[in-house]
Design a protein around this ligand. Structure first.
Ligand SMILES: Nc1ncnc2c1ncn2[C@@H]1O[C@H](COP(=O)(O)OP(=O)(O)OP(=O)(O)O)[C@@H](O)[C@H]1O
Length: 254
């Protein structure tokens, strides 16, 4: 469904690499976690998929079609995009925010209003209660749910999520992660999720791509990584959730 082949992104006239020779692919309905530290090239990679950033070289295909050959605006309308700062319009109600794209695409108002309400119910913000509120009347976690509903409004086959849970407290993060998995299972979209948290990647993803300094260090299923980190840095990243697991297990059993 999504394939990257030898993708590079350089800045400063080719002097520095944000992403170097990145090749990977995922199947329809899979969740890919792009995992790495600050500056490893995760956001650049995800933004190249929907052409917010143009690759310097290499090929990116969605469903067999080269993204470079598609109109960037049309492409972005077909792909759900959720990011940390959410970007809701403050002067629009929650339902109006969810309906932005269907409205821009000229869809039937009665149909998209009904659908927007259903999406709000789906992300557990009952429309009867939340549709007419404004973003400032919601908590951060609730705003992020609106971000999900908005991204889902055009029935995307592909969802890109750039640290969607990064700014949330652990309880809200946990409930939204569970919600994401439920929605993904129900709707079956293919997703790329940027995270710097190995536990999040292990819990949410079918495939994990570990990046460092713009390069792909390791690509595999959570189970494959746990069985064989294959790289010292990857082993270090796995150590934190393992240590937490051991500590909790010890506390429970002693
Ligand atoms: N517009 C730009 N001009 C020059 N360099 C850039 C630009 N955007 C990103 N970079 C560089 O590209 C590299 C990768 O950045 P990117 O934002 O993809 O990293 P990241 O893994 O998403 O990091 P973070 O987790 O901190 O968001 C960094 O070294 C960054 O400084």
């Amino acid at each position: 469904m999504i394939a990257l082949r030898d993708v590079c992104k350089t800045w400063d006239g080719g002097k520095s690499f944000a992403v170097k020779d990145l090749s990977l692919s995922i199947e329809q309905g899979e969740v890919l976690a792009l995992l790495g530290g600050s500056g490893s090239g995760k956001s650049t990679t995800v933004k190249m998929i929907n052409r917010l950033i143009e690759p310097s070289s290499g090929v990116i295909e969605i469903d067999g079609e080269n993204v470079i050959e598609q109109d960037p605006v049309q492409l972005r309308r077909r792909i759900g995009y959720v990011f940390q700062s959410i970007g809701l319009f403050p002067h629009m109600t929650i339902l109006e925010n969810v309906n932005i794209l269907p409205k821009m695409l000229g869809q039937d108002p009665a149909a998209y209003k009904e659908k927007g309400s259903r999406l709000l119910d789906m992300v557990e913000l009952p429309a009867a209660q939340y549709a007419d509120r404004y973003p400032h009347q919601l908590s951060g976690g609730q705003r992020q749910r609106v971000g999900f509903a908005r991204a889902l409004a055009v029935d995307p086959k592909v969802m890109l999520l750039d640290e969607p849970f990064g700014a949330l407290d652990p309880v809200t993060r946990d409930s939204l992660q569970a919600e994401f998995l439920r929605l993904q299972g129900e709707l079956g979209f293919t997703a790329v999720i940027v995270t710097h948290d190995m536990a999040e990647a292990l819990l949410l993803a079918d495939k994990i791509a570990v990046m460092k300094d713009g390069k792909l260090l390791r690509f595999g299923t959570p189970r494959e990584l746990l069985q064989d980190a294959g790289d010292e840095y990857v082993a270090q990243l796995l150590e934190t959730p393992r240590r937490h697991g051991r500590l909790i297990h010890d506390l429970e059993t002693t």
